[in-house]
Design a protein around this ligand. Structure first.
Ligand SMILES: [Zn+2]
Length: 243
């Protein structure tokens, strides 16, 4: 009578071992890092993971937390005083201080929200410079922007949803200038097929892993000459746009 019980127990143990082994294989295959886990704190040195973009967007409304994170970057910046009202209230604009290698954007006066600035920093370090090295064998010296703050509704219409630009929570990128002075513009080089067009597509795709909304010339004619990036906080399950 005892022997069948032992065999039954052994069978169960074998199945349990197989189940645990399968779990370990799955975990090793997925190899989730802290950057993929929504509950781990954001670190600027983490590689871009599945949760990075939402973590940055979540800093919207957390002025102190965002500025504290930006301080870990080594960037020299001014955290501007909150200004404006209603839909055009800007709580956390950041302006870079002088010229610096870590993140060179023009015009120097551009002052996006802190989450957008963090997105720009991660994007430049992990996407833009990596692609510039791979495709052109040199660094990007400057990112030309069309600005950040604009108190208006989407597309400047008189009614409808307010643009993220109204809170400086967006930035428009027009061109990149390489260390040797070569200029790559969205307007001039997106339609082509060469290295410049490939670079623009790679940095656009890389931005999609970070920013809540990424719009490029593929989206519509209004974006023929720039990329629009914003850090709209739409929650953990919120929609993201990459077009
Ligand atoms: Zn825009």
């Amino acid at each position: 009578m005892r022997i069948p019980n032992i065999i039954g127990l052994a069978r169960r143990l074998i199945w349990l071992a197989i189940f645990v082994f399968a779990l370990l294989v799955l975990f090793a295959w997925l190899r989730p890092g802290r950057e993929d886990m929504p509950w781990t704190p954001l670190s600027l040195s983490d590689p871009i993971g599945m949760s990075t973009g939402r973590k940055v967007a979540r800093l919207t409304g957390d002025r102190d937390g965002c500025i504290a994170l930006l301080e870990t970057s080594g960037l020299e910046f001014d955290a501007l005083e909150p200004r404006g009202s209603d839909q055009c209230r800007v709580e956390d604009a950041i302006r870079l201080d002088g010229t610096q290698d870590l993140l060179a954007m023009t015009p120097r006066s551009v002052a996006p929200s802190c989450p957008v600035m963090i997105g720009m920093l991660i994007w430049q370090n992990q996407v833009v410079q990596a692609q510039a090295q791979e495709i052109f064998g040199q660094r990007v010296a400057r990112i030309e922007t069309f600005g950040s703050f604009s108190c208006r509704r989407m597309y400047g219409r008189s009614e409808g949803a307010w643009s993220e630009h109204a809170r400086a929570n967006a930035i428009d990128i027009g061109a990149f200038v390489l260390a040797d002075g070569t200029r790559i513009s969205v307007l001039g080089d997106w339609p082509g097929e060469g290295d410049k067009a490939m670079f623009l597509r790679e940095v656009r795709d890389g931005a999609c892993d970070l920013f809540s909304t990424v719009l490029s010339p593929e989206y519509n004619a209004a974006h023929a000459d720039h990329f629009h990036f914003d850090m709209a906080d739409r929650g953990e399950m919120g929609w993201r746009a990459c077009r």
